[in-house]
Ligand binder design. Structure first.
Ligand code: T3D
Length: 267
């Protein structure tokens, strides 16, 4: 039987999804897309999962689209019709971004090596991005005549501002993890040897937190990008109204008053 393209493991309430095409730097084929989306759906549907970690097998996180995949690679035969990449994006990448950005639990990217093209933006779609010191981020699209996809045009200017976003996207240079953390593209850069432990500790911490409040925070911050202040205040009031009726809020306040650690259970 063929090895899975996404390795799934559990540690307590943390589910780790490991992209597993190391010989091709975990680049995306249609099969990998299918397995990753299914693994994310399964994690989203499993009440025992309270945080997801996304990482890569081998020396890379993900090198984006597999450029050797005949389904998408240009046919260089003279006169051959061009492939319609809009279909590839609509069918595979857009659903992946939508699924990641709407997960009912926080998602941590543990970027263990190079993250290029769609692979870089896959990582940036996650809620917190921790990268090994030797990892790097490359908006490789411009080098092959494409525009950033997998949410790159939306994410990059929001994360680092329009000037840096455009420089990163136009030049397609390798951005080392340390620099990515310095400019606010990612949450943290850690020693290579510490990555797995740090990502696990972060995920375990998030898993013990009030999940609904974390997810509502992500959603409110995303929504606020499009809102004026009065509308953002109204959105905060609406969410606070919902969360104020939750078991987790009651538990958080009770635990505070009793000077004990809270045990959050809502999801
Ligand atoms: O096309 C569409 O469907 C639209 C969607 C597009 C989304 C995208 O992601 S477009 C961007 C696609 N990705 C890239 O352009 C990145 C291509 N890869 C690289 O630039 C380099 O491989 C890296 C900078 C990521 C790493 O460089 P390096 O020197 O560490 O490794 P390498 O030697 O280049 O690669 C190692 C192997 O992985 C090599 O195979 P081999 O020679 O050992 O058999 C290489 O061909 C393979 N590999 C790396 N990236 C890809 C890949 N194979 C297929 N597709 C790849 N993207």
């Amino acid at each position: 039987m063929a090895e899975p393209l996404v390795l799934v493991s559990n540690a307590g309430a943390v589910r780790t999804l490991r992209l597993n095409r190391p010989a091709a730097l975990n680049s995306f084929t249609t099969e990998l897309h299918g397995e990753l989306l299914a693994a994310l759906e399964a994690a989203a549907a499993d009440p025992a999962v309270r945080c997801v970690v996304l990482t890569g097998a081998g020396r890379a996180f993900c090198a984006g689209q597999d450029l050797a995949d005949p389904a998408v690679a240009p046919d260089t035969t003279p006169g051959a019709a061009p492939k319609d990449l809009s279909q590839v994006i609509a069918r595979y990448y857009a659903p992946l971004v939508a699924r990641l950005r709407s997960m009912p639990v926080p998602v941590v990217a543990a970027v263990n090596g190079v993250a290029a093209g769609a692979g870089a933006n896959l990582a940036l779609c996650c809620d917190l991005v921790v990268a090994a010191h030797s990892a790097s981020f490359i908006q490789a699209f411009s080098k092959i005549g494409l525009v950033p996809d997998t949410g790159g045009t939306w994410l990059l200017p929001r994360l680092v501002g329009p000037a840096r976003a455009l420089g990163i996207a136009l030049l397609g240079d390798k951005l080392p993890a340390e620099e990515a953390a310095r400019i606010g593209l990612i949450w943290q850069c850690v020693d290579d040897a510490a990555l797995a432990e740090m990502a696990a500790a972060l995920a375990t911490r998030l898993a013990a937190m009030p999940t609904r409040a974390l997810v509502a925070t992500r959603e409110a911050m995303n929504a606020a990008q499009q809102l004026d202040l009065p509308s953002a205040l109204a959105e905060e009031a609406k969410l606070q109204g919902q969360l104020g009726a939750s078991n987790d809020y009651r538990e958080g306040v009770e635990a505070f008053r009793a000077k004990r650690a809270p045990v959050f259970t809502d999801r």
